[in-house]
Ligand binder design. Sequence first.
Ligand SMILES: [Zn+2]
Length: 256
Amino acid sequence: MPVVLAGLFLSLIAAAPASASPTFARTLSRGMHGSDVRALQSRLTELGYRVRASGRFDRRTARQVRRFQRDHGLRPDGVAGPRTLAALTAEGGADALPAADVTGWVFPLQPASLVLPPNTWEPDQGIDIGTVGRACGPAVTEVAVEAGTIVQEGIAGFGPAAPVLRLDAGPYAGRYVYYGHALPALVPVGAHVQRGQPIAQVGCGRVGRSSGPHLEIGISTPGGPPCCPRMGETAPLITQIMRNLAIEAGVASVTS
Ligand SMILES: [Zn+2]
């Protein structure tokens, strides 16, 4: 786990492909929930329309959307449609909004309460994600981010049990996700797993080339070998995805 300057981290994020641009994929209204609702709420609060970032579009969220709409010459219907979302995004410059997650994945570590916040993560071939108090073993489960097949366990440098998951669903179907420094694996090679199914635990101590318990998760290049991407190849992509999922999962104090 190299010590990484914040500047490098930010430049990697900035270099990420289109997925890094703030986007809302749908109109948001009362009763909806998700990471995009949470992003909307954070943005409203940033702009002075304070509302708790609960991820649930409640009555107060609708009221603050109406206030924002009134102040910006939009029809005050409390529904965040394309025009309102564009106005929210434009205000204060681009990149102000975290992108909503579009992968449909689940966050790879459970429980979220034992995951360190994204401002402590360090880019590697993938992204290094640490645990609270170096929690490991049965305390921190690694789950399949999406349905797929475990095609390998054990990766040079990442320990004897590190799983490689070939995704068979979602926008990254056919790509491989590796879970570095895991120990033990909880399913055998060849197992087909569902999204969210436990597949391993965060290894205790030094598993592979590691300074302590953490997960390095990464994704293969399109058409590339199962493991592993070179430095910088896909780290910005996996980092952006993990940040978005962390918001959705409720990982504490998501800041950057
Ligand atoms: Zn690492």
